[in-house]
Design a binder for this molecule. Structure first.
Ligand code: UFG
Length: 340
């Protein structure tokens, strides 16, 4: 298939580009580089051995999106592009709703006009909200999220479901990610947050490489085994493979729109992640325990059964793989991707 990857220069998008090419697909990237660097593309070309065409446009511009679809033959879309910082979304809700919803609407309109009927969407476990029982299963109905960012995922899932109900040709896989971490084993691409990292793994990696003094553990008085929060971390390469599996399964789905959890099914605590990273680095890392972070849930993980049985997909990489690969990437690129 010729696959349009929106946000293909971003963290998960870039790894998925490599997996798509490895699986024999042609890839076209659209990315406005609002949270990524153009230098990612050269690395993708070197790693994949193919030319990766890029349209550097903002998908909220419906005219430009339309022209992209007029220029390129597209068989399927994998839609990653969007703002994704939970805290920032609380401070700037309008930016998040405007950007994430408008870009999706332009994309869906262009897909309809150009008869593109296959769509894989980058959703998140955050759609399960605060009250869903753990482990999370896809048939849980009361989707909601405490942050505007998460709420855009809930709304986009709904929009896609409504659009598919009106167009029987459309097939949509909604992929609900748990906590993607790790990097390509080459160390050439990885997560490159701008500014102070919000997420645990890039923060630990920047402490390890000396960019930050120490990690703050956000609370150790949760009702968990060691008192720190537990999350379902999965390797970004496993996650990328999940996108290929979903894409290739779209035409055979049991329903036109189907949600799939992409996680391992196991929770790991913050302290256990620090210890795993220390094993990868070979020394102790400085951390202190601070107060809880607003909005954090004590523990959640996936029930990944549906992805296993219907997509034939399963996460195979371990926590130690995730830490070793993150560390390789961070050591080789202490300041992230170069500007040019
Ligand atoms: N943590 C720390 N210190 C840090 C950063 C994180 O202790 O400096 C802890 C958090 O409190 C949490 C765990 O590490 O317990 C994981 O935090 P992340 O920020 O890495 O991940 P979250 O589970 O909070 O965030 C994920 C996704 C979001 C999604 C959110 C919803 O990254 O996209 O889940 O729950 F919206």
């Amino acid at each position: 298939m010729r696959v349009l990857v929106s946000g293909g220069a971003g963290y998960i998008g870039s790894h998925t580009v490599l997996s798509l090419v490895a699986a024999g697909h042609d890839v076209v990237v659209v990315d406005d580089y609002s949270n990524s660097k153009p230098t990612v593309v050269g690395r993708l070309e070197a790693l994949s051995g193919v030319h990766v065409p890029v349209h550097a446009i903002d998908l909220t511009d419906a005219g430009k999106t339309e022209r992209l679809f007029a220029q390129e033959r597209i068989d399927a879309v994998v839609h990653f592009a969007g703002y994704k910082a939970v805290g920032e979304s609380v401070a700037k809700p309008l930016d998040y709703y405007r950007n994430n919803l408008d870009s999706t609407l332009s994309l869906l309109e262009a897909m309809r006009r150009h008869d593109v009927h296959r769509l894989v969407f980058s959703s998140s476990a955050t759609v399960y909200g605060e009250h869903a029982p753990v482990p999370y299963t896809e048939d849980y109905e009361h989707l909601s999220s405490s942050s505007p960012y998460g709420q855009t995922k809930v709304m986009i899932e709904r929009i896609m479901t409504d659009v598919a109900a009106a167009d029987p040709r459309l097939r949509v896989a909604l992929l609900r990610y748990f906590n993607p971490v790790g990097a390509h084993p080459s160390g050439q691409i990885g997560e490159d947050p701008q500014g102070i990292p919000n997420n645990l793994m890039p923060f630990i990696a920047q402490v390890a490489v000396g960019r930050r003094d120490k990690l703050t553990v956000f609370g150790d008085d949760y009702p968990t085994a060691d008192g720190t929060c537990e999350r379902d971390y999965l390797h970004v390469e496993d996650l990328a493979a999940g996108h290929v599996a979903a894409l290739e399964h779209l035409d055979d789905m049991v329903a036109p729109v189907r949600a799939f959890n992409l996680g391992t099914g196991t929770g790991t605590s913050v302290l256990a992640m620090i210890q795993a990273f220390e094993r990868a680095v070979g020394r102790e890392l400085p951390y202190e325990v601070g107060p809880r972070r607003a909005g954090d849930l004590p523990a959640f993980w996936a029930d990944p059964t549906r992805a296993q049985t219907e997509l034939g997909w399963q996460a195979v990489k371990t926590i130690d793989d995730m830490c070793a690969d993150t560390w390789r990437w961070q050591q080789a690129n202490p300041q992230g991707f170069p500007d040019a």
